[in-house]
Structures are given as C-alpha cells and as structure tokens.
Design a protein around this ligand. Structure first.
Ligand SMILES: [Zn+2]
Length: 387
C-alpha cells in the first residue's frame, strides 16, 4: 500500500497541536491556582485535619480580604451553623443577602441557608417565611421538606397535610404520615369535645391509608363514648387485619366494651383466641387478670404457665413468679420473690417500647418518635421473644 507524502506531515502536526493544547491547559490551571490566596490552602489543611476552629479563623480572614469569594462565604456560614454558632451563621447569610450583586440561584441559596439558620435557632416563623418564598425555584422541594418538619414541630397539621401532598411522588407517597396528621387533627377535635369533626378526620385518615390502625382505635373510642359498644367492637376488630401487632392496644378497649354489654366472658374468650395466634405479652397479662378475678389465682397461673411454655418471655415469667408467690407456702415466698426481682431487673429493656428506626426506648408508646421524628416507628409489642 502506498502512503501519500502529505500524510507524513500531518502526523507530527497532530501531535504538535496536542502538546500545545496541553501546555495551554496547564498554564491556565497554574494561573488560576496563583489567584487563590495561600491562606486558602492553610484553611483547607486545618479542615482536613479536623481543626475546625483554626480553619474558621483562617477562612474568615480570607473572606474579609476577598469579598468576591461568595462560595467561600457560603461554606463559612455552613461551618458556623454546624459548629452551633448560629448567630454568626445568621450574620454571614444576612450580609450575603444584602449584597446587590447577588442574583438568581445565589440569592435563593442565601435565603435557603438563612432559613436553615433560623430553623436551627428555633425561630420557626422566620424560617417558614423564607422557605415559603422559595416556591417555584430549584430549591422548592428541599424547602418544602423543611416546611413539613416545621409544621410537625408546631403541630400545624392542616399545613403539614397540604405540604406532604405537594411533596408526594412515586418514591414517597406520604400516605401513612398524612393519615397520622389527620389522626392528630382528630385528637385535637376530641380534646375540644367535637366528636363529629374528629370522626370526619378519622375517615379521611382511613381514606388516605386504609391500614391506619390509630384511626380505628380512635373511631372505636368515639363510638363507645356515645354508647355504641357493638360498633366500637366491630371497629377495633378490624385492627387484626390491618396490623395484628396493635391488638394489645385494642384488647383492654374490647374487654371494656364487652363488659358494658354484659358479655364479659365473650370478651375473655375473644382474647384467648387471639393469644393462640398472636402471643403478645400485654394481652396475656389482661387475660391472666380476668381469669384470676373470675376463677382465682391458681387457675390463672396455670393458664399463664401453659402460654409461657409455648411462647417464653422473661417479663412473662416474672409475672408468673409473682402469681406463684401468692399461693406458695410462706417459707418459699422469699426465694420466689428474689428470683422474680432478678428476672425483672434483667428484662427491663424488654418491658419498654422501642423505636425500630432509631432504637429510642420509652415506657410510653409514641406514634411520633420524639428522638427521630418517624411516624409509627415504635413497635407496639413488648416483652416478646418471638413477635
Ligand atoms: Zn426513633
């Protein structure tokens, strides 16, 4: 194959151009890096070595002498907020916002950052106002998420509902959160003695999320308070198919309703039936107390012992020992009581409610975790070895 002569000239020319363009790039980078003040790298070094205070000192100095470095001012503001120096962060972002040359996305970012400062300082009204102004911008979604947090902290449930509805998409439907917000509205209406309004909210909760157990618990309460015990029972029985882990919450209510109808035994038998499928300790406790009242402690203890053989649990055995101590001969009482105390001491955490999201433990059940703000993250069953 014959190669034409001009091709031979073209090859070194291409290489030459490549070399030249690389030189131009390197020169450009070197020129850029010379523009950065030396202290900038000093600050970066402190930051990388986790000497935040030193880094801040250096960066503040750089920012003072190079006011054109807007990104640096943003980074500093962020750093102040993270360090808990909220007032300094607020001043920095307010100064940035006051700059007339700040326009478009940079202005919105400054507003967003200032709103975060206010939020961290607990100045929710001012944060809310700034976040709301970011509607129809690239930051609107992030701002709405913070607004949702604010409305929840301030118990502004109606605004929380509309914000969550705006945020909902295929990855997060906010169904169970919105249903919980309706339940909160219903609880407020119940406190104000407005049962009809509460009922409406609870129906809306179920419309949003048909598995909302809390709505049925409250609907049953409303029905029982108005003397409709049969309706209350039917409502609470729905919980079995919604989420049977919440049956221990419905159990004492069901027994109360059956008692009011004069059908106490039917109530006890219903719970015994549930226990065959769902051996929740709180429910077992209730049945034990009922049997002890109706048939004596001995029969109740035998029932408890049989159930614990099938589903052992430490708090359950502590309860059994308490029962056995009642009927035991005097000389054995002290030993049994001692053993019961040791078991209780070692199973204390099992007798508490746990948040499945963050591990927070509490004696009281929370629908909204006070530690991580998740909804319905507390496990309703306690003391189970096998849930
Ligand atoms: Zn939690």
């Amino acid at each position: 194959m014959e190669i034409e002569a001009w091709w031979l000239i073209l090859v070194p020319l291409v290489f030459g151009l490549g070399w030249l363009s690389a030189r131009v790039d390197i020169k450009h980078i070197l020129a850029d890096s010379k523009l950065l003040p030396r202290q900038y790298f000093e600050g970066l070094n402190h930051l990388l070595n986790e000497r935040t205070d030193k880094a801040v000192e250096v960066f503040v100095d750089v920012a003072r002498h190079h006011s054109e470095t807007i990104e640096l001012q943003f980074a500093l503001g962020h750093l102040f907020r993270r360090k808990g120096e909220i007032e300094r962060a607020i001043r920095m972002h307010q100064k940035l916002l006051a700059r007339p040359e700040l326009k478009g996305a940079e202005k919105q970012t400054a507003q967003y950052e200032l709103a975060l400062d206010f939020m961290k300082a607990g100045l929710f009204d001012r944060a809310e106002e700034l976040f709301a102004r970011l509607d129809d911008t690239d930051l609107s979604r992030a701002a709405r998420r913070h607004l949702l947090d604010i409305y929840q902290q301030e118990k502004e449930w109606k605004q929380a509902i509309s914000t969550a509805q705006q945020l909902r998409d295929t990855s997060h439907t906010y169904q169970h959160e919105i249903a919980e917000f309706y339940c909160e509205l219903a609880s407020q209406a119940i406190t104000r003695s407005q049962p009809a309004e509460a009922q409406q909210y609870l129906q809306q909760a179920l419309g949003e999320h048909r598995k909302c157990v809390r709505a049925n618990l409250l609907l049953g309460d409303l029905a029982l308070a108005e003397g409709r015990a049969e309706e209350a029972i039917a409502t609470w029985l729905k919980i079995e198919s919604q989420d049977h882990r919440f049956l221990p919450f419905a159990a004492p209510k069901l027994l109360d309703a059956y008692d009011r109808l004069g059908r106490a035994e039917e109530g006890t038998n219903l719970l015994k039936g549930f226990l065959n499928s769902y051996p929740y300790l709180d429910m077992l406790d209730l049945v034990y107390e009922r049997i002890a009242r109706q048939n004596g402690v001995e029969t109740a203890s035998d029932y408890l012992s049989e159930q614990l053989r099938l589903n052992p649990s430490l708090p359950g055995y502590a309860k059994l020992l308490e029962a056995r101590a009642i009927t035991a001969p005097v000389e054995r009482k002290a030993d049994i009581e001692g053993l019961r105390k040791v078991i209780l001491e070692n199973s204390r955490s099992q007798a508490m409610y746990h948040c499945a999201a963050c591990g927070f433990k509490a004696r009281q059940y929370f629908w909204h975790c006070p530690a991580c703000s998740e909804w319905e993250s507390f496990l309703p069953a306690r003391g189970q070895l096998k849930p």
